[in-house]
Design a protein around this ligand. Structure first.
Ligand code: NAD
Ligand code: KPL
Length: 325
């Protein structure tokens, strides 16, 4: 097992980093996947952990992230620098990989460090990205729609479970890809510049709305939904209507065959929302069905199947003692 060593910063420092470095906020599944691959390619990477307690836990666990890549039968440890949000160094490039409901509160303590920074937002769904862009009006925010799959085996140990794609884009400057995309290429992080990133995010939201809530309500793996097409087909039709009315007709077509194909390809998997519920963690409902239903209302659309699904999911989450808004 290789060990890549980088200096470990364990306490706040006031020195400026000499060259562009990648900070990663949200060192869970996806954040660890990005951090380790950037480090693998020789980039300077610094992890921003929630607080001193989490930093101590990282150090006590050895002060490294472990990346398992089953496709390559490899397992590699990366001793990455870590710090708390109150560190005083400025941030140039920030990968934000918290859950959608945590993003703004996680960014708040970093505000003074983000002047001139570029921020990559990896969240599923919609709504959190707009909240960050309002919170950071002078910071360039790049939105990412990811179909990669990663899960944590233990704290600071991540498994790269699913090969996928990352679409990156900037809704305010759609034709200006940043020069550092080459860093991602060097790091073998699959990526495509998407001029229509909002369309991509809407499409992924629609797929997640068609699949994830039903897997929670039926308590099943994705593949079981193939036997319940009559339940998700009308939802797909309403989602197509929503995407078109929301200004993304190009992302609205052929949702039913795509959902069917994803259910087949991931039939043995549990959806991310199912896994959150199973582990009694909050879900991203507000940024998926919640966002879809709010937008439908704003646009004056009657989407009864989608609204009923939202209500049923809210009831189920409340019954389980989980947040439903
Ligand atoms: P995760 O729960 O594994 O990781 C989130 C991390 O953020 C946790 O380590 C948590 O401690 C940290 N965090 C929360 N608040 C923080 C704060 N204030 N300061 C510092 N750290 C904080 O989540 P994940 O699975 O990596 O998902 C992240 C986002 O990526 C979600 O929106 C998810 O939908 C999306 N996504 C995940 C995958 C995947 O395969 N895991 C794939 C595509 C999209
Ligand atoms: O993205 C997913 C998720 O679980 O969040 C799908 C596509 C539904 C695969 O499980």
């Amino acid at each position: 097992m290789a060990l890549v060593t980088q200096p470990l910063i364990s306490s706040p420092t006031i020195s400026e980093p000499a060259k562009a470095c990648w900070h990663v906020l949200g060192v869970g599944s996806l954040g660890s996947l990005w951090a380790t691959r950037l480090a693998q390619a020789g980039h300077e990477v610094r992890l921003i952990l929630r607080d001193a307690e989490r930093l101590s836990a990282y150090q006590a666990a050895g002060g490294y992230l472990r990346l398992q890549q089953p496709q390559q039968q490899s397992c590699t440890d990366y001793a990455l620098a870590a710090e708390t949000p109150d560190t005083i160094t400025s941030i140039q490039r920030l990968v934000v990989a918290c859950k959608a409901y945590d993003v703004v509160s996680a960014l708040k303590p970093l505000l003074s460090r983000l002047q001139g920074a570029e921020v990559l937002l990896l969240q599923n769904g919609l709504g959190s990205q707009q909240a960050v862009m309002e919170f950071l009006p002078h910071t360039r925010c790049l939105l990412v729609s990811s179909t990669e799959g990663a899960y944590r085996q233990q704290p600071f140990q991540v498994v790269h479970a699913g090969v996928g794609q990352n679409w990156l884009g900037d809704p305010l400057r759609p034709q200006q890809p940043p020069e550092w995309l080459k860093d991602l290429a060097q790091a073998n992080i699959p990526h495509v510049w998407a001029e229509n990133i909002m369309g991509r995010l809407w499409r992924k939201l629609a797929i997640n709305c068609a699949i994830n809530p039903l897997t929670v309500l039926l308590r099943c793996r994705n593949g079981v939904l193939l036997e319940h097409q009559s339940q998700w087909e009308p939802i797909c039709l309403e989602l197509q209507q929503l995407l078109s009315s929301a200004g993304h007709p190009e992302s609205a077509h052929d949702l039913i065959p795509e959902v069917q194909q994803i259910l087949q390809a991931t039939q043995a998997n549990y959806s991310s929302m199912y896994q959150d519920v199973k582990q009694a963690r909050p879900t991203e409902i507000t940024y998926l069905l919640g966002y879809a239903c709010t937008e439908a209302q704003r646009l004056g659309l009657e989407l009864p199947h989608l609204q009923r699904l939202h209500q049923q999911l809210q009831q189920e989450l409340s019954a389980l003692g989980l947040p439903s808004h």
